[in-house]
Design a binder for this molecule. Structure first.
Ligand code: FAD
Ligand code: NAD
Length: 474
């Protein structure tokens, strides 16, 4: 007979979403059990955001040293110690790990079980030989690299986001399948650390972002020597000469591409294997576990959050959904998720950021009622002083309110946040246009693009007539 634990909330998965639910709920007085089969912290800490941004930081340092620019700094001789870049990545992970650790969560009062969870009924789960019965259950099991069905892939060694950060020596030539955010962030990181990099994309790179702005980031990647090939139909892979050989077609032409290492970055698959969702009456598809706006699955006492839903797959979305679930599961409030102001950033250099609707989405939804405004980094004084003039912000406005913003440039991920606030709070464009921004800052670009909304009205013939008339009054 196994141990039986009864609890208010059972959380499956100790990643970005699960940890947020568990920490919030236990500190509000609920009894919480948390089950994790792998490393505490999930993908973001161990195999995702943190290692990728740390490797990009190492790569940026290398880039600055190897390309000091025209401002007087010079360097004689330059080399990269790849092992030190690897060590930096793992030191950063280790520095954050205590925050997500079993010890911290047990101290908060959470019962942590290390093991793989499996449903044995609509309100019952087994893990590590224990049976857990819960009033509400949250599935936060995340996603894994989707391995495309390419002939020969199962015969060779390849890397995914779970293994690439363990490399201690620099690949000579990294081949990457997939030009989404994972593929392109890794492409720039490895290129700047000295690898040759070829990215093979079935369709177009970064399809979810504004194509004009994505082109600015892609041009920079190409200028740094990354070979990005679109519309590639990969037919076969095989081991060759100690590396990898890919046979593909583009526009009907046969291609052979060789490299030393292969990274798969071709999208994500939900982690549902082994959960026995059928035993709990939870429906799912190959995309993920569908939920209603309250994040309830087909079993109304079981919620799904984060990557496993197959929606927007970001740490901040998993964290946001954790808050929605706490309101529903703990307080029984009918709180609904609203994704209209979710920002995302691809951390290439320059960064590519988006919140709300893209230009294409805004035009499709609102036609001529939408106004598109732009401002360029090259017209921003701080961008000039810093020598970072490749960049642009695009603002989508309807009825005087922002409904979307797209940005490419240095620090775009920081600068987009004012638009996330404006859209979520339904502020008018005038709120940003009228803000006093410190000079000279990159942030002035947001005031400038907002100001553009009023330029035609302020500097119109009608306004000129009004001003002249008033001046005549004495
Ligand atoms: C390379 C890369 C870079 C990324 N960069 C960013 C970024 O910069 N910004 C951003 O916002 N997002 C980024 N992401 C996405 C981000 O990592 C995910 O959106 C986020 O981790 C999702 O959180 P989650 O809680 O849904 O899943 P996870 O954090 O993956 O956690 C799920 C946990 O559930 C556990 N689990 C699975 N099945 C079971 C089971 N049966 N029993 C018990 N435990 C189980 C897993 O072991 C895992 O620990 C990146 C992803 C990758 C791969
Ligand atoms: N900066 C960030 O916030 C960040 C960084 C990395 C990942 N993420 C999250 O992780 C998710 C997954 O990232 P991703 O880059 O793996 O997925 P993605 O779905 O965004 O991109 C995968 C790309 O691989 C291509 N592809 C698929 N099969 C292929 C094949 N057989 N041959 C060639 N190309 C193929 C697709 O066409 C697509 O463009 C992202 O959507 C995002 O939510 C976020």
């Amino acid at each position: 007979m196994s141990d039986v634990i009864t609890t208010d909330l059972l959380v499956i998965g100790a990643g970005s979403g699960g940890l947020s639910v568990a920490a919030g709920a236990v500190q509000m007085g609920a009894r919480v059990v948390l089950i994790e089969k792998g490393r505490m912290g999930g993908d973001c800490l161990n195999y995702g955001c943190i290692p990728s941004k740390s490797l990009l930081a190492a790569a940026k340092a290398a880039r600055h040293l190897s390309h000091p620019g025209q401002m007087g700094a010079q360097i004689d001789g330059f080399s990269v110690d790849f092992k030190k870049a690897h060590d930096h990545v793992h030191q950063v992970i280790a520095s954050i790990a205590p925050h997500d650790s079993v010890e911290r969560f047990e101290k908060l009062g959470v019962t942590v079980i290390k093991g793989a969870a499996r449903f044995t009924g609509p309100r019952e789960v087994m893990a590590d030989g224990k049976t857990i019965r819960a009033k509400r259950i949250i599935i936060a099991t995340g996603s894994s690299a989707r391995v495309p069905p390419i002939d020969g892939l199962d015969q060779i060694h390849y890397y995914t986001n779970e293994t690439i950060f363990d490399l201690e020596t620099r690949p000579d030539h990294l081949l990457i399948i997939g030009a989404g955010p994972i593929g392109l962030e890794m492409a720039q990181a490895f290129r700047r650390l000295g690898s040759d990099v070829t990215v093979l994309e079935r369709f177009k790179p970064l399809p979810k972002d504004d194509p004009d702005l994505a082109a600015v980031a892609l041009d920079q990647l190409s200028a740094e020597g990354i070979d990005i090939r679109s519309d590639i139909d990969i037919k076969q892979v095989r081991a060759a000469d100690g590396g990898v050989e890919i046979k593909a077609q583009k526009d009907g032409q046969d291609l052979t591409i060789r490299g030393s290492h292969l990274l798969i970055a071709a999208g994500r698959a939900p982690n549902v294997g082994g959960l026995d969702l059928a035993a709990a009456g939870v429906e799912h598809s190959e995309k993920g576990i569908p939920t209603d706006a309250r994040l309830r699955t087909s079993n109304k006492r079981i919620f799904a959050i984060g990557d496993v839903r197959g929606g927007l797959q970001f740490t901040h979305v998993a964290g946001y959904e954790a808050g929605i679930v706490i309101r529903n599961a703990l307080f029984r409030l009918p709180s609904k998720a609203d994704y209209t102001a979710v920002p995302w950033v691809t951390y290439t250099d320059p960064e590519l950021a988006q919140v709300g609707l893209t230009e294409a989405e805004a035009r499709e939804r609102h036609g001529d009622a939408v106004q598109i405004l732009t401002a360029d980094y090259k017209d921003n004084d701080r961008a000039r002083t810093e020598g970072i003039t490749a960049g642009r912000v695009k603002l989508m406005v309807k009825d005087g309110r922002p409904i979307g913003a797209s940005m490419v440039g240095v620090a775009a991920g920081e600068l987009i946040q004012i638009w996330a606030l404006a859209i979520s709070q339904k502020l008018k464009v005038s709120a940003v246009a009228g803000m006093i921004a410190p000079y000279p800052t990159l942030g002035e670009i947001n005031k400038r693009v907002a100001g553009a909304y009023f330029t035609d009205r302020l500097f119109s013939d009608r306004m000129k007539k009004i001003v002249r008339f008033i001046q005549k009054l004495g």
